[in-house]
Design a protein around this ligand. Structure first.
Ligand code: ABC
Ligand code: CA
Length: 495
């Protein structure tokens, strides 16, 4: 499916091995399966493509309508200094499915099960690198063959060097990984490599009815490679460009290398603004405005607050109010929200890989307050996306986010019919308030906070004043819509 078909979606990022346990209908592909899934063991815990199907009600119940799964290709299948390839990123042969996660029929079954629910399937794709247990393997074709690598000749790799992140040429041509486990850099200028990968991805997306791709390590391959690859794929491509450099990252869109990228820049802004009580809100505002200016299509960026390479949000920020504010920013700002599995369960173990990749099943898939908060945000998003007649026709998707007011601790973001009024004050209620002038509504307008369904009236010139002393509002986010819009959407009708 195209980028435009993705723009109203919400994505759930899961780790195939960790999201749902093996079951009678979804037997494990690895044995023995540990009785306790301990992330530090870095081994398979039994999740498969079929076990994901078992828990689709749970994902869909949160209002999510797209699922991003781990890489599906065959991995190195021996013990390494970092233990086993449970995460799926140590791809040796992009062209072959990973038998640890299931069969050809199983992947087709997952794709069909998602489509039957009107949901999309996004697959993580690794083409930049191939793991090797020996740094010298680049000169040893026999060893590469023994590792099961697709690329059997040294000419299919860039010569060995470790990446120097201060030099973009080095980022593109040198190697990820380390001396324990080198990730040999594939020669993505080699014609045979290019044509092999293009015909594979074209065939792959068609055979398994894949709707979108998450492109691993996108900044590690020269931009010129991507239009051919993503063009062959024929579906939405969203690249991982890990870093806070907005000028560099925006080139993926301005140079048309790829439809979009993951929202690392906004992530750093959200961490600045909401990562600590009374944090750096002006940092958030600066980054948010830079993102809107630099990217031609900010509405296609993938907005997240945690992932498998980053600390869990609640590991660094225990305060639930800050998490709720951060998530409203994630859902209301231009972009496609991406919820990392476990975010909805307030997972907090995980300052880093591998601790941020715990099995989800010990949570018992509980209907937590955060699960409900995400469900509510999705419900509101879907409702405003489905109706173009709100707020004088300034529809949600066709309006660019605008920061209309801010203080050291507060920010107001308008996007179409929605006005988010957020704070980083944190849980304890404070005898403080934030007045948003030029709210977009006139004076004496009836508006509703659609998170709580409480009514408010604007003051002179349409000012909305929110109090952080109000009962139940200590540090909580507000999300306003006009009373008329709320009624026409029915998002607060309790009967
Ligand atoms: C393994 C072990 C770990 C062990 C580690 C050393 O080795 O499992 O326990 O700690 C996969 C696996 C990992 C595995 C690695 C290496 O392979 O998932 O478990 O770690 O074997 C993608 C994937 C990621 C995947 C790979 C490799 C790539 O999402 O899961 O890892 O296929 C770089 C890459 C990025 C990559 C990431 C892990 O490393 O660019 O593609 N992710 C700077 C650089 C970034 C760099 C980042 C982390 O450091 O700019 O490019 O990402 O090394 C900000 C700056 C940023 C800066 C950050 C740290 O700070 O603005 O620029 O990022 O302020
Ligand atoms: Ca490369």
């Amino acid at each position: 499916l195209t980028a435009e078909q993705w723009k109203g979606k919400t994505i759930y990022q899961l780790i195939t091995d960790r999201f749902a346990p093996a079951s009678d209908t979804a037997p494990a592909r690895t044995s023995p399966i540990p009785t306790v899934c301990n992330p530090i063991d870095q081994t398979w815990c039994g999740g498969t493509w079929l076990s994901v199907i078992d828990k689709l009600d749970y994902i869909q119940g949160m209002g999510i309508d797209a699922v991003w799964i781990s890489p599906i290709s065959k991995n190195i299948d021996v013990h390494t200094p970092y233990n086993y390839a449970y995460h799926g990123y140590w791809v040796t042969d992009p062209l072959t499915l990973n038998p640890r996660f299931g069969s050809d029929a199983d992947l087709k079954a997952l794709s069909a099960a998602l489509h039957a629910r009107g949901m999309y399937l996004m697959v993580d794709v690794v083409v930049n690198n191939i793991p090797s247990l020996s740094v010298n393997a680049s000169t040893n074709a026999t060893a590469l063959t023994a590792d099961g690598s697709r690329w059997t000749d040294p000419s299919y790799f860039h010569p060995f060097c470790w990446i120097d992140y201060n030099n973009q040429t080095s980022v593109e041509y040198c190697w990820l990984g380390d001396e324990n486990l080198a990730l040999m850099d594939v020669n993505t200028e080699n014609q045979y490599v290019i044509s092999t990968l293009q015909s594979w991805i074209s065939n792959f997306t068609t055979t398994y009815q894949i709707d979108g791709l998450r492109i691993d390590a996108a900044k590690h391959i020269p931009g010129a490679f991507w239009p051919g690859f993503c063009g062959a794929a024929g579906v939405f491509c969203i690249g991982e460009v890990y870093g806070s450099d907005i000028g560099f990252a925006s080139q993926f869109q301005t140079q048309s290398w790829m439809d979009s990228i993951l929202g690392y820049p906004l992530y750093y802004g959200i961490v600045d603004g909401f990562g600590t009580p009374n944090g750096n809100m002006s940092g958030f505002v600066t980054i948010a405005n830079q993102v809107l200016t630099a990217f031609p299509k900010p509405y296609l960026l993938g907005n997240f607050i945690e992932n498998h390479d980053l600390p869990r949000w609640r590991n660094t920020t225990v305060d639930p109010q800050l998490a709720y504010n951060a998530m409203v920013a994630q859902f209301v700002f231009d972009g496609i929200p991406i919820v990392y599995y476990g975010q909805e369960q307030d997972f907090s173990n995980g300052a880093a890989d591998p601790y941020n990749r715990a099995a989800l099943w010990p949570s018992n898939y509980t209907n937590t307050s955060t699960y409900q908060h995400i469900a509510r945000l999705n419900m509101i998003r879907k409702a405003v996306i489905a109706n173009n007649t709100l707020f004088n026709g300034q529809s949600f998707l066709n309006s660019t986010s605008k920061i209309i007011a801010s203080t050291a601790t507060d920010v107001a973001i308008r996007k179409g019919p929605l006005l988010a009024v957020l704070t980083n004050r944190g849980s304890p209620s404070q005898n403080a308030s934030f007045g948003v002038t030029q709210s977009g509504w006139s004076s004496q307008s009836s508006v509703v906070d659609v998170l709580s369904c409480k009514s408010f009236t604007t003051g002179a010139d349409g000012t909305i004043s929110v109090s952080y002393a109000a009962p139940g509002y200590g540090g909580m986010p507000y999300l306003f819509m006009s009373q008329a819009d709320v009624q026409s959407l029915g998002v607060c009708s309790s009967g």
